[in-house]
Design a protein around this ligand. Structure first.
Ligand SMILES: NC(=O)c1ccc[n+]([C@@H]2O[C@H](COP(=O)([O-])OP(=O)(O)OC[C@H]3O[C@@H](n4cnc5c(N)ncnc54)[C@H](OP(=O)(O)O)[C@@H]3O)[C@@H](O)[C@H]2O)c1
Length: 344
């Protein structure tokens, strides 16, 4: 992990590719700290930014606002854009398209950090836009759009990205923006650790509940535990050690999740410090009928398991349930989901 103390002045302009929850939050924090930020996104979000500006809040009670006139919100990358840093913040299914657009519009060598979930987005972006310099990143916290232009960080944690000499000068700027960024020689273990935690996303989406309430239901926790156990087995077979992102080591998470709720509350402790209203973004996608990232989560686990001849029936079943969910939208109860996933 690399930490560097230097000027907090931004090394250059920033371009956010995919102005949604994460893009608006990260880009907004950087702009509030003095960076020149261009937000590239869809008409609905851009119209909100142009009309209302940005309001950024978090669970620690901080609030930052950016006036509408101060925001550069565009549908296409400006012809002469020369960003020193691009934050790629589209959902996984949109990565290849977004990368293609970046590759066509930006000079060779432009630095791009994928601030996306899943374990393959940076690779997909790099393969699609081979002229760019793409690094994997990881966002540990949850951001939700509470109202048009209002983005709220509901949980905590440090951003991570792969170490690179060109990213190091950005560290003080991120710090000044309230975004602690840690650089790592190899991000694979961190991405997979986040992916294991994100295996809760489809459970949360199907539950229809806020994260905190869903996590206090033991049946739902047993579903997450079973998804994670398969993920851990696939990782062990592949020789990938998931990093420790929570107070508990990744290998112990399924056991803790399976504890009776009063014990779970005790052991989970500050992990349960989640806004009462926070939901996974997959829950929002499902509710809005948008494609979900199920393939970048359970699909990634299934593919890794298959490469090592390991059956992954719970993750496979979860993919099936998520694919069917838009056809029969309804909240699932914990015991019902556990049985549907074949967990005794
Ligand atoms: N939200 C969270 O709490 C959270 C936390 C950690 C990590 N993440 C990860 O961060 C990534 C982004 O998630 P998010 O929740 O911020 O997604 P989001 O709110 O859906 O934002 C992405 C935005 O980018 C737009 N977009 C897609 N392709 C584009 C293109 N080619 N040009 C311009 N805009 C484009 C999307 O529009 P369309 O809807 O039309 O595609 C959407 O408005 C995901 O990988 C997610 O898993 C999210």
């Amino acid at each position: 992990m690399t930490r560097i103390a230097a000027s907090a002045a931004p090394p250059g302009p920033v371009l956010v590719m995919g102005a949604g929850a994460i893009g608006c939050y990260l880009g907004g924090c950087l702009q509030a700290a003095g960076a020149e930020v261009t937000f590239v996104g869809r008409p609905r979000v851009l119209a909100d930014l142009r009309a209302r500006g940005l309001r950024l809040t978090d669970l620690d009670g901080h609030e930052r606002t950016l006036a509408a006139e101060a925001i550069c919100a565009v549908e296409a990358i400006p012809p002469r854009a020369r960003p020193a840093l691009v934050l790629l913040t589209v959902k996984s299914a949109a990565t290849a398209d977004a990368a293609q657009t970046l590759g066509e519009a930006l000079p060779p060598g432009t630095l791009v950090v994928s601030m996306q979930n899943g374990a393959s987005n940076a690779q997909v972006a790099q393969q699609t836009a081979s002229s760019l310099h793409v690094l994997p990143g990881m966002v540990p916290f949850n951001v939700a759009e509470l109202s048009p232009g209002h983005f709220h960080r509901g949980t905590s944690g440090a951003l991570a990205a792969q170490d690179d000499p060109r990213l190091r000068p950005w560290l003080p700027c991120f710090e000044a923006a309230g975004l602690h960024l840690e650089l790592h020689a190899d991000l694979r273990g961190i991405q997979w650790a986040k992916l294991l935690i994100n295996l809760n996303n489809p459970v949360n989406a199907l539950s229809g509940l806020p994260l905190r309430r869903q996590l206090l239901d033991r049946d739902f926790r047993r579903c997450i535990a079973a998804l994670q156990r398969e993920g851990l087995a696939a990782l062990a077979a592949a020789g990938i050690a998931p990093a420790r992102l929570t107070p508990l080591p990744p290998a112990s998470l399924p056991t803790v999740l399976e504890l009776p709720t009063p014990l779970f509350r005790l052991v989970a402790g500050r992990t349960l410090r989640i806004d009462a209203k926070a939901r996974s973004s997959m829950a929002d996608d499902l509710a809005r009928g948008r494609p979900t990232e199920i393939d970048a989560l359970c699909g990634e686990v299934v593919r890794l398991g298959r490469r090592h001849d390991l059956p992954m029936p719970v993750n496979e079943k979860m993919i099936e349930l998520m694919q069917q969910a838009p056809l029969h939208p309804r909240p699932w109860r914990g015991a019902e989901l556990r049985r549907a996933l074949g967990i005794g």
